[in-house]
Write a protein of this length. Sequence first.
Length: 279
Amino acid sequence: MNPVQKAIWFIEGHSAQDLDLDAIAEAGGVSRFHMSRAFVVATGLPVIGYLRARRLTEAARTLADGAPDILSVALEAGYGSHEAFTRAFRDQFGITPEQVRAARDLEPLKLVEPLMLDSSPRTDLAPPRIEQGRALLIAGLSGRYGCEGPGGIPAQWQRFNEHAGHIPGQIGDVAYGLCLNSDELGNFDYVSGVEVADFSDLPEGFVSARVPAHLYAVFRHAEHISTIRQTMHAIYTAWLPNSDYEAADAPFFERYGPEFDPRTGEGGLEAWIPVTPKN
């Protein structure tokens, strides 16, 4: 099994225990940072969000069976109080635990069942080159996204492309899609930008981001941009666990050269994955 499959198996077998990202990552044999990214890439869900949804789903089943004590169900699901459990339950399903217990009906609820993953990600991933990346100053537009809904990124690029070539201090004709500030729930900041000499005189609404020098595994993605997730899946669940490197807690980015056509999504790109050598 790959690290994400191991994590799912571990969650399903230990969801009643006091789990956190560190324990799940250890079960998958990777770092917490690696697990956080790999799980989102492979499933579209944050690992902690999946754990919470699975616990609440099983709690809903218990309530629908007529559980006499809601607090005991809350504690079993990992919540320290009736109030905290009710808030989380309502956020997940849109109704309260009391309503489910009274109706004894799961039909209105969108339950989250155990994930079943294909154990064989794409096998045609070309070996990467290992490169010491230099520090970068990136300026562009930014948005905050969740792993379930990054669909706004193409529109963000469309807005950015109106400025391309006219940004004060722009260096070269390479564009960068920079991912940073990710959290355990799968939320992240995405910057569509270019390298600049400094951050003076930027257009209104632009943000600045400093990318430190780091070691990268650089993968070429030659297919249409819409299939980039398949490549990322193979990187994090197949190549990285079997390599001499591990994922580093640093920003990663997509690098779009002049051969990339933003109108069609064709031309290919490079995925720069920050890594550190394994001990």
